[in-house]
Design a protein around this ligand. Structure first.
Ligand code: GLN
Length: 272
């Protein structure tokens, strides 16, 4: 038996700048309680089963596994999303893509949107939460991701269609007003891939050929056939890829190519 207060001190076992938060989130998960409960009831004892569960999660966290995989949830656009090792953990920087689309297209226009490589469904679901009338489709190559995205849509009661598809395959005859994607864009030999956390995420969601641009090239080339007149393609990319991505979009026939920076000030998204 161990008190909540003593469990919380075990943050010293984690070599992480977010050790205090991490331990609290693991305790909240094991106890199925919100964070304020930990402060208000720090003299409560964990049961044997709770303590074993907490210690197992703490050991996994100490080995570098991302907190979102341990608790099974990540927040994106203030939506609690289920995550699993089959999907990338949604990043705050990706909210930039959602913001950009919402800024350009009001709730009055009814749009058809396609989210390529939707993973947890993050972008598609965030858009659906803000624009309930839009027809939003998310596709992913991994059926495990599609099932997870569908579960997220159901839990959040958001009307998004999720399909298993190799890029445009399952929507071949259809047209969209907006195609958005956070595709894999990391170079195969990027040391970032063995860095903290990322090593636990699916490589197929991260790596895109030797130059990191293989999927972006394919999406840019295949998008025009699926875009309605005046439609836009919006892509997330690496912070050093703004110039090559702009060139790829222009080569594929896009005009009005524009880039935006993420919250860290790095070029992170381009549209045309
Ligand atoms: N931005 C992510 C990272 O740095 C990569 C996301 C992606 O490849 N789509 O880990």
């Amino acid at each position: 038996m161990m008190q909540i207060a003593r469990c919380r001190q075990r943050r010293s076992e984690l070599d992480s700048p977010s050790a205090e938060l991490d331990v609290d989130l693991l305790l909240c998960h094991v106890l199925d309680r919100p964070r304020y409960y930990l402060y208000a009831h720090d003299d409560i004892e964990l049961t044997g089963a709770q303590l074993r569960a907490f210690e197992a999660l703490l050991a996994r966290r100490a080995a570098g596994e991302p907190i979102a995989y341990l608790t099974g949830v990540a927040e994106f656009w203030s939506l609690p999303l289920k995550v699993a090792p089959s999907t990338l953990i949604p990043r705050a920087d990706t909210e930039l893509l959602v913001e950009w689309i919402l800024e350009k297209f009001s709730a009055q226009t009814v749009l058809r949107v396609l989210d390529l490589g939707t993973g947890t469904g993050a972008i598609a679901l965030a858009l659906a939460s803000e624009r309930p009338k839009w027809q939003i489709t998310g596709v992913d190559l991994q059926s495990a991701a599609v099932e997870l995205a569908q579960a997220n849509a159901q839990a959040l009661q958001l009307p998004v269609e999720f399909l298993q598809s190799n890029w445009f395959e399952a929507v071949s005859g259809r047209q969209f007003d907006v195609i958005v994607s956070n595709p894999p864009y990391i170079e195969a030999d990027d040391p970032h891939l063995i860095g903290p956390g990322v090593a636990f995420e699916p490589h197929t969601a991260l790596v895109s050929g030797d130059d990191g641009l293989q999927d972006i090239r394919q999406i840019a080339n295949d998008s025009p056939a699926h875009l309605a007149a005046g439609g836009v393609l919006l892509l997330e990319h690496g912070y050093r890829q703004a110039t090559p991505v702009a060139a790829i979009l222009r080569d594929a026939g896009f005009s009005g190519v524009e880039n935006r920076r993420d919250y860290g000030g790095n070029p992170r998204a381009t549209w045309g």
